[in-house]
Design a protein around this ligand. Structure first.
Ligand code: ADP
Length: 405
């Protein structure tokens, strides 16, 4: 059974086509710069690559382009759109309503739209993707897989903010958490790699990409996570501040005469690694500057790693201990010099918890089966590539199987 998994942003769609249940990746692709003068279309399968430019006006056209690649006589992997039985859509905000993936109908689309108030940058783009894909893959079952769903198990003390409870009742202002698909995937993978049941493990998962978040996964369930009502809270990110004193918002409005929108933009787009380093949001470029002795580059890494370390301590306390720490995503999972450096900075000083990093393994996680702690480390440390699309494909497959029983 062929299942397509889609991640739609405001100007990009990324997709992967899987054969299920074998989990074989048949093809993947991306359409970038949707709505601009020149758009990029890229596609890859075992039969070859396609790269072209063109004008792609909207998400509907983007999916038509994707379909054209998937059905390409030479490099394609399907002959007809109906071969794709299920399409999984990553949806960032599912609010309190969706604790599990759900088959998309008009009602679901309305709710995703309503939830845009909580994720104005993401949910509308996800919805545009859903609408576009529904036109291109008319016969498929479309399923929404929510980034918030894995964190639906957070207890009240973890998800409530200490503001008047009436505001929670009125607006559902609370911690939701994001990157759930990735946190769940790597927690499961860690258990698999360690050869132990997930239900016996207390795992801290660290998704460190352009967006970054930590989760406390106790016996398979998320019990706390660092992102909140929106993906702005928590760890230091590429351009997002993560945790700050909320009074900074007030201070900047008063002292700099900034509007609420301007401060919000500053905290989302001009802060984090970019704001601290003054170089870039990309750790590879900050690393180049760091090597030249740039003090702000060094500072950016220190603040980034220190925040993560504090969360590890907090989540170990929240779970009454920790058995494994998992690094993942663009920064967390790689074997590059900068990734190894950041993992080392994070783990340094955590010996009291039982963390002992193995330097050799930390330089090349894949070579050592993704475990980068030493054999006598009580807490296992892993660096595992995330695979959100595969996680989504499994969910869609499960739903389709259930439907046919
Ligand atoms: P997103 O959060 O947008 O899904 P990723 O998880 O792909 O993104 O992470 C993107 C970030 O990962 C980049 O901004 C860059 O800082 C970092 N990154 C990408 N490749 C590497 C690498 N080889 N080594 C270290 N960091 C990397």
């Amino acid at each position: 059974m062929k299942i397509l998994c889609v991640n739609s942003g405001s100007s990009t769609i990324k997709y992967k086509l899987f054969e299920m249940p074998s989990e074989e990746l048949l093809a993947s692709g991306i359409v970038e710069r949707i709505g601009e003068e020149v758009s990029y279309i890229r596609y890859r399968s075992a039969r070859g690559e396609i790269r072209r430019t063109g004008r792609v006006r909207d998400h509907e056209e983007a999916f038509r382009e994707a379909l054209r690649c998937l059905m390409d006589p030479e490099k394609g992997v399907i002959k007809d759109p109906s071969e794709v039985r299920g399409v999984g859509h990553r949806v960032v905000h599912g609010g309190e309503k969706y604790a599990k993936p759900v088959v998309i109908d008009e009602d679901v689309m309305r709710t995703i739209e309503e939830l845009s108030i909580l994720a104005p940058l993401h949910n509308p783009a996800n919805l545009a993707g859903i609408r576009g894909a529904m036109k291109a893959f008319k016969d498929a079952v479309h399923v929404a897989v929510f980034d918030t769903a894995f964190h639906a198990t957070l207890p009240e003390e973890a998800y409530l903010y200490a503001i008047p409870y009436e505001l929670y009742e009125k607006y559902r202002i609370r911690r939701y958490g994001f990157h759930g698909i990735s946190h769940e995937y790597v927690a499961r993978r860690a258990a698999e790699i360690l050869g132990r049941p997930l239900e016996e493990l207390r795992i801290i998962t660290l998704h460190l990409g352009n967006g970054a978040s930590a989760a406390a996964v106790k016996y398979g369930k998320s019990v706390d996570t660092s992102m909140g009502l929106t993906p702005l809270e928590g760890l230091v990110m590429g351009t997002r501040s993560g945790d700050i004193d909320p009074a900074i918002f007030y201070f900047l409005m008063k002292q700099e005469g900034m509007s609420a929108d301007e401060v919000y933009e500053l905290l989302n787009k001009r802060s984090g690694l970019l704001g601290l380093s003054g170089v870039s949001n990309d750790v590879r470029l900050i690393w180049e500057e760091f090597k030249k002795g740039n003090r702000r580059a060094e500072l950016a890494f220190r603040v980034f790693a220190y925040r993560i370390k504090k969360y590890i301590g907090a989540y170990a306390a929240a779970m009454g201990g920790v058995d494994a720490i998992v690094f993942t995503a663009g920064i967390g999972e790689k074997s590059s010099e900068v990734s190894s450096y950041i993992r080392r900075l994070v783990c340094e000083g955590l010996e009291f918890l039982g963390v002992k990093l193995d330097e050799e393994r930390n330089r090349d996680p894949e070579k050592y089966g993704y475990v980068i702690s030493s054999d006598d480390s009580r807490v296992k440390v892993l660096a595992i590539p995330t695979n959100e699309e595969l996680m989504m494909a499994r969910e869609v497959y499960r739903i389709l199987q259930r439907g046919s029983c």
